[in-house]
Structures are given as C-alpha cells and as structure tokens.
Design a protein around this ligand. Sequence first.
Ligand SMILES: Cc1cc2nc3c(=O)[nH]c(=O)nc-3n(C[C@H](O)[C@H](O)[C@H](O)COP(=O)(O)O)c2cc1C
Length: 400
Amino acid sequence: MLSNRRILIGICGGVALYKACELIRLLKKGGAEVKAVLSTGAEKFAQPLLFSALTGEKTYTNADFFLSSGSIPHIELARWPEVILILPATASFLSKLRCGQASELLLALLLATRAPVYLFPSMNTAMLEHPATQENLKVLRSYGYFVYEASEGELACGEEGKGRLPEPEEIFELVKAHFKEKDFLGKKILITGGPTREYLDQVRYLTNASSGKTALFFLKEAYYRGGEVYLIWGGGDIKESLPRLDYTHGIPYPKIIPVSTTEEMYKKAKEIFPQVDVAIFSAAPCDFRPKNPYPGKIKKREELLLSFELTPDIAKNLSREKTRQITVGFALEERESLRDYALLKKKEKAFDLLIANPVETIGKDASDYLIIGPNFEKEYMSLSKRELAKNVFDLILQLL
Ligand SMILES: Cc1cc2nc3c(=O)[nH]c(=O)nc-3n(C[C@H](O)[C@H](O)[C@H](O)COP(=O)(O)O)c2cc1C
C-alpha cells in the first residue's frame, strides 16, 4: 500500500521518540522509503545509528546542516518527501516552527518544503495546555500544518492526562489514510451506527449489544476518502474512536449527531437523507418500544407485564424513498439461510447493496460476508471490519 512512498520523519527531543522506531518498522514493512532527521533535542536522547539501522538510510542530524561538500541538505531533504511526520513534536520545537526559525536542519527543511506536514504534539499535560503551546498550535494550523491531537493516558513524567504520543499503529493508519485516493470528494454520506435505547420508565431501558464498531470503520473509510460524513449515533462515548484530525485536506470533519431512541434516529436520518449521495444503515435500532412508558420509576414488584409496539423501520422507510441515493443495508442471519434471507431483505427494503454475515461470527474480529448488489454477488472470507469498509466503498463508487 505504501510501496515506494517517500516519508520523512522529523524526530524531536521527547521520551516518546522510542515510538518512532516501531513506526519506521511499520512503514518499511508497508513498502515505504523512510528518512529520519533528528532535531538538536532528539540528538540528546538517541543515537542516529538506531534510526539508520531501521530506515536503511543515512539519518540526518544538525551536523549535516553546514557541509562543505557543495550540497544543500535542507533543500534536498525538503524536496525529497511526499509527506513529513514530526514526532514527538515538542513544545520547544512547535514554538520555533511557529516563528519560522531556520536555525537547525529540521526547522530549515520544514520551512523549505512544499510537502504536507503532520505534527504530533506530545508532552506533559500542563505544557500542552499552556496558552503559549495552544496559541502555537492554532497558528501552526493556520499555516496549513495538520495537527494530530495527542492521546490521553499515562505520560513519561508519571502523570495521567492528555499529551501522549498516539501508538505507532494509529499513526501508521493515518499515513495510509493520507495516501488514499480522495475518490469520494464532494460526496455526502449518511451513516447510522450503534444501538438505540427505548425507555421502560425514567431510568430503565431496552437496548442491544451492538458496539457500533462497523459504523466507525465506515466513517473513517468515508472521511479518509474525501467524503463529507454525517454519523447518526446511538452508542456511547466515541471520542477516542474518531479520527483525531479536525481537518484533512480541507475535507469537513464528520458531523456526529447523537440520538437515543429509534424514533429520534429516524427523525434525524429523515432530515439528512435527501441531501446525501450514499446512506449506510449500519445501526442496530431497537425494533420494539414499550407501548406506554411509565412516567416515573417502576416500583419493584413480583411480576411486570409490559406490552411493546414496533418502532419505525429506518432503513426500509428511507431506502424506499430514495431518489438518487445509493443505500446500503445489513443482514445478520443463520449461515444456512443467509443468502435466501439476504435476497429477500434486499428486495423488501430496496437496498442497492446488502451486506450479509452469519450470526456465529458476531463479536469476532473477522467475519465472512456475502455482499449482494444490483447484478452481482460477492463472497468474502474472514474479512476485518476495516477491510469490509474498504470493499464496500469500492463497490459504492462503482454504483455511483
Ligand atoms: C527526560 C526529558 C523528557 C522530555 N520530554 C519532553 C516531551 O515529552 N515533550 C516536550 O515537549 N519536551 C520534552 N522535554 C523537553 C525537551 O527535551 C526540550 O525542550 C528540548 O529543548 C526539545 O528539543 P527540540 O526542540 O529539538 O525538540 C523533555 C526533556 C527531558 C530532559
């Protein structure tokens, strides 16, 4: 996927630079060419030899800035990469970059480059929250740098809080996303995700075990391919699962619309549906709701009888109203009856694409899928949710 992509990693003076080693390993495994440049601070933490061994290339330090060989390293290094990652971006380095300093090799090459630059701030929480750092990040964003928000958790200083460098796998995912073709640019995509809640009384509710993970993989795939995403979300807190960039390449950040009941999800979806090009109904809304929810709290008693009524079928109602939208639905069924049921559901609910998977694979990382389109059927064995999202968007693109 990253075959021959040219990636420059600028490494600054923070303990988290150890994560750059694993990231380089992942990038190299993915086929990328990687060069590392150390800031003056980073040189105090690690020897260039470490990064040379991992990249298979010369690692540049400030000693390479002023050479008498006739080459101009900061310009050559500025022209070489397709993308630059700065990690951990220290408070000190961010402040120098904000001011346009070019007093060391890494700063000078950043000033001279036309490649997109991602900054990964990483530091103690108080340092990160300091108005000077926040102001620097704001200004750097306005210069066009992509700032990837720090994670929360245990920090090198022993404190807990925001300021952790994201894990190498997460940064690797972002790099892959960066190189994804933006083939959904200008397209609006509605995704429903998570379970819904139907209240029996003021405090108790009926719900289901849906994690909403599938919807989140669809959201990332759509966003990273340039789509403008609306996620109507019935699940819990998803902040940590969302893409950590507030913009990439000018693509609007996904709009998250939290809802509670199936009725609310239906109302919001109905509002947004006419504006979109694609609708993916990946939520697991409750099919039933109590006929007469109790206004207070039901007292403990020997027996409780409740009667339920059907909630609106969001996917069916909207898909049947479609004008130009491509609609995608899901079916979870016993393996033996999977295809028959899926064909029936696709027809009944007027989906353009139906994604069916067998019940026994629920909760597993990978599942078998049968995808039925207008004039094709495709079977996939042991597909992760991320791979599923990629394949489905490839199919949607063909239909669009
Ligand atoms: C042990 C140690 C850990 C440090 N960790 C960080 C850090 O995580 N983030 C940060 O912004 N600064 C950190 N610093 C401070 C930077 O190393 C210092 O500001 C340095 O000048 C940064 O160099 P640079 O601008 O080349 O990155 C740390 C310092 C020490 C001594």
